[in-house]
Ligand binder design. Structure first.
Ligand code: BGC
Length: 351
């Protein structure tokens, strides 16, 4: 089922709409056109009880000042670009610096703060909404006009498909991601430290003190970064490891094994039985353990925005790729059509 409604009128008069996409058992998600944001996502536990498993705010207006990017689509470039600058085909470009000294998540007015155009329809795969946005030439310092879309589809068997597409009239970095924060016990539960996480990655990208990758591919072996077998997120999060100290916990991009569309991660909460499995065609996934989350006025119950109360698993190209030639190429060129898919599938595990 698809239901659309007016969500809120912003102080400047713009209307924000939201859509509910649900399967016949009532599971599903609510998304809004501001930031192409996931507001809530309800899935059953092992007894069939639905709970919302993503952090969010009550009011659309709160998202305009949100420093945490709750549930939003990030663009043009997820994660950090060092010094807010890069050189492309011999020309240096300077970006809006919103996380000094770096550009973070698209800049001061990234895609998360933009009002997208939403269009809902039922497809062969499920109930879907496609959001489109035109990012003008020079937007936040990025070159060329870029037309982007993200389509959310909810299937009867509880899969969330997130499909990105884009084209540009000049070469530009492009690296979209979905910035939902997950807590499978329910978004008002205290933390995710007991959640079991697997990540299909033999390497991760160590960072410098500005959270920019050093360029090294470090093995996860015998380190707190080894999630090849399920381990609780909290098991080693306070370990005396220099990378955990820099990030105040996990805030690192993992180099996903293999290529093409493949399994990237699983997240499971044994208490409720809820499990999420992530597949993607992207080369990396940022694990962000909500280290800087804190109370924000108008949160859906301030307690839901505590430190480490939820975890983000952001499929993406590697951070700072425009400045690191040995990283996978994140430049979209005229005549190319960008297409990428990430799927979050929900089911339950036995005790
Ligand atoms: C980044 C964090 C950043 C957060 C902003 C995450 O994707 O990895 O470093 O603080 O977004 O809320």
């Amino acid at each position: 089922m698809i239901e659309k409604r007016l969500f809120e009128i912003l102080p400047d008069g713009r209307k924000v709409h939201c859509w509910r996409l649900s399967s016949s058992d009532g599971a599903g998600l609510t998304v809004m056109d501001l930031g192409a944001t996931i507001l809530s996502l309800e899935v059953p536990d092992r007894d069939g009880a639905l709970a919302n498993v993503v952090l969010g705010y009550d009011r659309a207006e709160t998202y305009l000042d949100d420093p945490h990017y709750l549930g939003a689509v990030i663009g043009r470039f997820a994660n950090r670009i060092a010094g807010g600058r890069f050189t492309l085909d011999g020309t240096e470009h300077r970006l809006a610096v919103n996380d000094p000294p770096n550009a973070l998540h698209g800049g001061v007015t990234g895609f998360d703060k933009r009002l997208w155009h939403g269009n809902a329809r039922t497809t062969d795969e499920g109930e879907s909404v496609c959001f489109t946005l035109v990012s003008e030439d020079g937007d936040q310092g990025y070159p060329g006009t870029l037309e982007a879309s993200v389509r959310y589809t909810w299937t009867q068997d509880h899969r969330l498909l997130v499909e990105y597409a884009a084209a540009a009239d000049a070469p530009t970095p492009f690296n979209p991601t979905q910035h939902s924060y997950w807590n499978l016990s329910g978004a008002s539960s205290p933390d995710v430290l007991d959640h079991l996480l697997t990540i299909a990655a033999g390497c991760y990208l160590p960072v410098d003190t500005n959270l920019i990758p050093t360029g090294e591919f470090a093995s996860v072996s015998a380190s707190p970064f080894d999630f090849r077998e399920a381990r609780p997120i909290g098991r080693d999060i306070e370990a005396a490891h220099p990378q955990l100290e820099i990030g105040s916990g996990y805030d690192h991009c993992f180099v996903l094994d293999g290529s093409g569309f493949r399994q990237a991660a699983t997240l499971a909460d044994l208490a409720s039985g809820r499990r999420m499995t992530v597949h993607t065609d992207m080369p990396g996934m940022q694990l962000y353990s909500g280290n800087f989350l804190g109370p924000v006025a108008n949160g859906r119950g301030e307690e839901t925005l505590r430190r480490r109360s939820a975890v983000a698993l952001e499929t993406q190209f590697f951070p700072d790729s425009p400045n690191q030639p040995h990283f996978p190429d994140a430049i979209l060129r005229p005549g190319e059509r960008f297409a990428s898919r990430t799927v979050n599938a929900f089911d339950v595990v036995d005790n």
